[in-house]
Ligand binder design. Sequence first.
Ligand code: C2E
Ligand code: MG
Ligand code: MG
Ligand code: MG
Length: 282
Amino acid sequence: KAKEIPGNSHLFYQPEMAVEAFVKSEIEHDLGRALEEGQFYLEYQPIVGIESRAIRSFEALIRWNHPVKGIIQPDLFIAAAEKTGLILPIGNWVVKTACTEAARWPAPTGVAVNVAGDQFKDRAFVNFIKTCLDEAGLAPGRLTIEVTESIFSIDPQIICESLADLRAYGVRIALDDFGIGFSSINNLRRFPLDQLKIDRSFTHAMLGNQRDADLVDIILQLGHTFQVATTIEGIETEGQLEFVRALGASEAQGFLISRPVSARDVLGILSREPAQTGSLSA
Ligand code: C2E
Ligand code: MG
Ligand code: MG
Ligand code: MG
């Protein structure tokens, strides 16, 4: 049962290393078939207005229903998908599926889709998104594309043009996980954006850590200055929600409001939600 790591036989045997190496290569191998075998599906997590607590949109989050290992979360396979290039077909599937499913929701409920930087390297991607919107019959203003700051390491010219093109079409652009990574205020100046999503690592620490609280405050002020919406991720307690509400955040997302739910449950939640005014009971 001791799995041999090729080329590493001079290392001392450490079971956890072997398991990790085995799992990684196995994931890459199995990923190659997962799309055609229909093993991916999307869950949706509500994003609410912070004052009204009414649902404004849902973030689409990919899940992999592996035939042997069961349900695998994206943190375990998105990196492998990026490494192997499979992120391109998988990412296209996500955009198409999210647009199709969101088109069944009552307007103006929106959908947010996470997009990896590599997907923008192909100039056809922007047209692919527009085609998905058209075919689904989803108004472009109901789609938000979430990108992380890592995309700015790709040719900034291409990124800038692609984001501007999408925005001109009516699609909203969100900068995800803001505050970690290569945050630069310059990115806010250079790139066309509609929304900042503050990483949940800040939410987690802000009530017990003055520096994190100050940073959240500054990021919210930045959003205000640059006239973009601010969404705080990872809200798990009423205390956290009240704290960012008082600081002027515009939207909230997190387990306090709802965990990610199935496409089917979205329809149930929305049918109980008095259109854009009531509070979320789910
Ligand atoms: P993200 O875009 O920042 O998504 C938010 C993550 O935080 C989700 O994890 C969500 O389940 C989790 N979360 C939400 N509220 C809470 C909370 O209150 N507490 C805690 N502890 N966690 C919360 P998930 O679904 O595992 O996704 C992880 C990451 O994988 C996402 O982070 C995103 O970067 C990536 N991802 C997910 N779906 C896709 C996709 O379709 N394409 C790409 N390229 N990346 C994706
Ligand atoms: Mg996201
Ligand atoms: Mg995020
Ligand atoms: Mg995050």
